[in-house]
Design a protein around this ligand. Structure first.
Ligand code: PEP
Ligand code: MN
Length: 337
């Protein structure tokens, strides 16, 4: 961290700042130039509140040199992390597609979709049991019963299951869930992230609707600092000023940027990013080409009758078509290392 001091900074206040830095267990190295004086902070600055320093009268500017995330940082872990889910690998050159309905609606629906996506090449089954809906009057999910139905679909197809947790109190229901999804709305539910850090379950962490890449990585850090390093990052579209056709704006650049900064696998969700079924295929192709480690795609056996997100759900046939296109692009995918 570098602190740029104002010209003629008050000596007593400067001594106080230097003292405080020492008390925080860091070294401060002062460089006096003709026009300004700079303090270089050496050591672990992750616990330092940058805004606190920036607000001091004697400080003109303060900049972090080192990222505030460590466990998620590629600098300290140059090799790609490979997350393993029931024999399926994601990351480090391993690519996998997660597919299934937005919500589990019935035994017949989830089992039918599971068989269909498996036949088309999906490696895992998704399905929401706890649904974060904007309206309290909308379908809220089948909750515990939905998880039971996912387990049934797993026993029929062998596909590992991915489903969203909305609250710490639901954790005991997730014992036999293979991947716990943290939805966009919960990306900064820090108590939930801490609790997941104490499990050994793979976590699919979705980027918040209006969160920066650094905030996403800091949320991953919450989980990892608790001891659980099985984290997959998911870009699912962010809110921008654009309203033409799309539900969100897919930040494709997040793929190479996340890969530069972190060793964690990056999954793209083109369904929630676009909100429109016909836009899912081009975004799957683009995300695969840009180096994503996997995709999570909403597929429904009867999209027009879906209880949630039917507009963005693919039919099994359309999903099969997407899988072929993705396979064709895979050999040309951008590789970070
Ligand atoms: C979902 O996966 O169904 C979902 C609600 O996603 P997000 O949290 O990205 O909106
Ligand atoms: Mn959905």
């Amino acid at each position: 961290m570098v602190v740029i001091l104002r010209q003629n900074a008050d000596k007593a206040q400067l001594a106080q700042l230097e003292n405080w830095i020492r008390e925080m267990g860091l070294e401060s190295r002062k460089t006096e130039g003709v026009n300004s004086t700079i303090l270089g902070l050496v050591g672990d600055t992750s616990k330092i509140d940058i805004d606190l320093i920036g607000a001091l009268d004697i400080v003109e500017n303060v900049k972090r040199i080192q990222e505030p995330y460590k466990k998620a940082n590629r600098k300290f872990h140059p090799k790609d992390t490979v997350v393993e889910v029931g024999g399926i690998k994601i990351g480090g050159g391993n690519f996998a597609v997660i597919a299934g309905p937005c919500s589990v609606e019935s035994e017949a629906q989830i089992c039918e979709v599971a068989e269909a996506v498996k036949a088309k090449g999906a490696a895992m089954l998704r399905g929401g049991a706890f649904k974060p809906r904007t309206s309290p009057y909308a379908f809220q999910g089948m909750r515990g019963e939905g998880i039971e139905l996912l387990k049934e679909a797993k026993s029929k197809t062998g596909l590992p299951i991915v489903t969203e947790i909305m609250d710490i109190s639901q954790l005991p229901l997730f014992d036999n869930v293979d991947v716990i999804q943290v939805g966009a709305r919960n990306m900064q539910n820090f108590e939930l992230l801490k609790a997941l850090g104490h499990t050994n379950k793979p976590i699919l962490l979705k980027r918040g609707l209006a969160s920066t890449i650094e905030e996403l990585l800091m949320s991953a850090e919450y989980i990892m600092s608790g001891g659980n390093e099985n984290v997959m990052l998911c870009e699912r579209g962010i809110r921008t000023f654009e309203t033409a056709t799309t539900r969100n704006t897919l930040d494709l650049c997040a793929i190479p940027v996340l890969k530069e900064r972190s060793h964690l696998p990056v999954i793209i969700d083109p369904s929630h990013a676009t909100g429109v079924a016909r836009l899912v295929k081009p975004m799957c192709i683009a995300a695969t080409a840009a180096g994503a480690d996997g995709l999570i795609i909403e597929v429904h056996n009867d999209p027009a009758k879906a209880l949630c997100d039917g507009k963005q759900s693919l039919t099994p046939e359309a999903f099969g078509d997407v899988m072929k296109a993705v396979e064709a692009v895979r050999p040309y995918s951008y590789k970070f290392n």
